[in-house]
Ligand binder design. Sequence first.
Ligand SMILES: [Zn+2]
Ligand SMILES: [Zn+2]
Length: 327
Amino acid sequence: MQAGGPLEPFSYDAGDLSPSEVEIDVAYCGICHSDLSMIDDEWGMSQFPLVGGHEVIGTVAAVGSNVQGLQEGMTVGLGWHSAYCGQCASCREGDQNLCSTAEGTIVARHGGFADKVRADAASIVVIPEGLDLESAGPLFCGGITVFNPLVQFGVKSTDKVAVIGIGGLGHIALQFLNAWGCEVTAFTSSESKRQEALEMGAHKTLNSRDPQEIEAAAGSFDFIISTVNVKLDWNLYLNTLKPKGRLHFVGATLEPLDLGVFSLIMAQRSVSGSPVGSPATIAKMLEFAKQHDIKPRIEVFPMSEINAAFDRLKSGKARYRIVLSNR
Ligand SMILES: [Zn+2]
Ligand SMILES: [Zn+2]
């Protein structure tokens, strides 16, 4: 109801379903750190009352008159975006996630911590038969955020890839990269996560708070994905890249990057970032996850215990993603 406040039951009249929209009966909805940022209005774009939730798994309950390819009863998912303009160059090229006027599921709209949620049909992805539904929600934001860079930058099975931060995003990245065929290294500061990282697909681990250990890994990696939202000594990490290597950011750290340009120039290294993924890439990811039995590790709370679920998220102890259930 207000920035930083507790979550309370809230009803609203969604009006008539527009011709391009779909209504989903929500079965499960993952909690993403962005939900917390929006509830706390950290980014200054929240509108209250705010209904969070953008890792939705559910069943199509109704479709608008112009919707094709989706029917009542189909099992579907919805992520960060709930509508695209469909007309801009990015949309026409299949990069809808880069559409500058794309609508966020929880930005000036009501999201999936609910019985029902609505979105434009173009943003909804059908769940392949056989995918575990309870754990699938986190694939729609956390999962696609770490899967999309593998597609965008053509990560190869012969590449050596490192993941910084083994949490909600990082633990899925380890599984994807291992199945992708890469040699995978996990950077983590948590002793208890080291062993789990190895179980989830890392071949090696390095302590992200031990400068000597990181220095010793100089010139090791083709690609590094950072999922953390805190400031690290990025120059130290840049030097762990091989020539032509890439340091890629998907964790939204608010502090500006402090990077030495010589390390980029001399070894032709790159620094980049990317948001979620297009609906086509989400569909590809779901097939890949099914094929390789990749599942987010989750803790499930009933939707009615959403405040307890957020306390758990804030504690930083969740292993590794929290899912709210209406079932
Ligand atoms: Zn567009
Ligand atoms: Zn998210």
